[in-house]
Design a protein around this ligand. Sequence first.
Ligand code: FAD
Ligand code: NAP
Length: 544
Amino acid sequence: MSAQKGNRGEGETRQLDAVIIGAGFSGLYALYKLRDVMGMDVQVYETADGVGGAWYWNRYPGSRCDSESYYYCFSFSEELAQEWEWSGKYPEQPEIERYLNHVADRFDLRRDIQFSTRVASARFDDAANCWEVCTEQGERVRARYLISAVGCLSAANLPDIPGRDSFQGEAYHTAAWPREGVDVKGKRVGIIGTGSTGIQATPRIAAEAAHLTVFQRTPNFTVPARHTLFAPEDQAEIKKNYSAIFERTRRSPAGFPYFPIERKTLDVSAEERQQILEELWEEGGFKFLWGGFSDMMTDPAANALVSEFIRNKIRASVNDPETAELLCPTDHPYGSKRPPIDSDYYVSFNRDNVSLVDIRSAPIEAITPMGLRTQDAEYELDVLVFATGFDAMTGALLKIDIQGAGGRKLADAWAEGPRSYLGLQVAGFPNLFTITGPGSPSVLVNMPVSIEHHVDWISDCIERMRERGETRIEATEAAQDAWVEHVAEVSKMTLIGQADSWYVGANIPGKPRVVMPYTGGQPLYRERVEAVVNADYEGFEFRA
Ligand code: FAD
Ligand code: NAP
């Protein structure tokens, strides 16, 4: 398609068909699709020294997926699905990292991934219709297309707490956990954060540390995972049904191979409702939300009943009533924050070596050389864990200095919140595609399903451009405005905007409050995207 990768003289800038930023699920599949299926000349840059993305970085104790293994994986290769053996329902981080390494090896992807290389800037050359990409390490390349596979949850949020750097013990963010692990045996550990990460890490750290103090600002609803290992007959059953499983993940609202039950929460008697919720609770995992009552996320009265059901489970699990009440969320509806899935979280607070500190009523004042000081007490710690999450959905992209047509900066275009057309492109930034970008369902879907959908869409679009000899694609401002308005309208039909969550940017001080993912569900989104394609890519402008 264009000049060969090695074909460059001294001082000449390498010309590629595409640069992909990131080597997680998104970057790996995009590389496979563009290079192996479409024959393009592609370079991937990855900050880490290995593949895996989220599963490279998040090595904290207890790190494992919340989607079940056999559909939290790629579906594009039947052979890959048939040959890989998952150990059980919710594999831990090392197993998922091994899987993604296997994918990289199996499809010989590594030779086009440059590791330990961070993309620092990208500037669109209006005259040549291509991107000039610069790395922090000083490399400069040019590419027709720039594909962002930087991840929605990859820019760690380390809160700016006074005295943070004065701590003399060991301090770690969970998304930068050392590969060799952290020995907490016999140590006094403090953990800040009770999101999915804190909830996974707490029981594991509690089992080893001399004492664990959990600093909780907002309590969270979590549902038990109920992890089990797969027996050979489970493996065989899954493999036999893979095509039906994958097909269901593409049709269901949130990318799972099951659907919400048709009846509404208030359409059944109190006894029947209790029984249905008990069954879902016993089964565990995401099915409680995505295979439960269909109106849980839209009807406040329905949600209130489900929320109270979970609060009662907390009260039944935690021995000390005061601690139990502190763990009961009352400030947001269940599901309006990304719901964690746990293994023994609530019962951890029955251990003698675990204490819960409410930093809502007595906020953290400072991190000190010896530990942490809240408004009413001092805590001496040997290890401090920041399970404080991510600058989600926009953070990683905005860390790159991106300048589109006419030198317009992405940071300026998104100053009041991210704007996109279909979550795939940004007006004013031609030939830039964002895999699972804001404005797409991305993080509200079992993500590999969203990722494959986006990569397939992007590659089909590029294929069309190749066929027609086009070199530039750009979303129009009008199409983008209409999409942004649609995303905002649809979000008002759900309860998602009601929580101070990372979905709306509320976890990052100063970040504009916007519901960033598309909340209309996967089927509606896929329909809209397909309609755009069928209307000859309505809302996009192409140039030859
Ligand atoms: P990532 O995996 O985040 O990869 C992005 C990569 O881009 C990273 O390796 C990063 O280093 C690289 N990068 C970013 N900026 C640059 C730059 N400027 N230059 C070079 N490289 C760069 N989703 C689910 O659906 N189910 C789950 O069970 C689930 N579990 C999760 C558990 C954890 C602990 C976390 C953090 C997330 C989880 N997710 C889950 C969400 C997860 O983000 C996605 O499932 C998926 O891994 C995203 O893949 P990705 O390739 O899009 O992004
Ligand atoms: P998170 O959900 O954003 O939770 C961060 C926690 O840190 C919250 O309890 C937050 O409190 C607290 N916090 C943040 N800043 C603080 C500050 N300055 N002072 C005190 N407390 C502070 O982050 P996360 O737990 O890392 O999870 C992020 C997302 O990653 C998840 O929602 C999920 O999508 C993904 N993830 C998935 C899995 C899985 O599927 N297995 C596991 C881990 C993560 P507030 O609530 O008060 O803001």
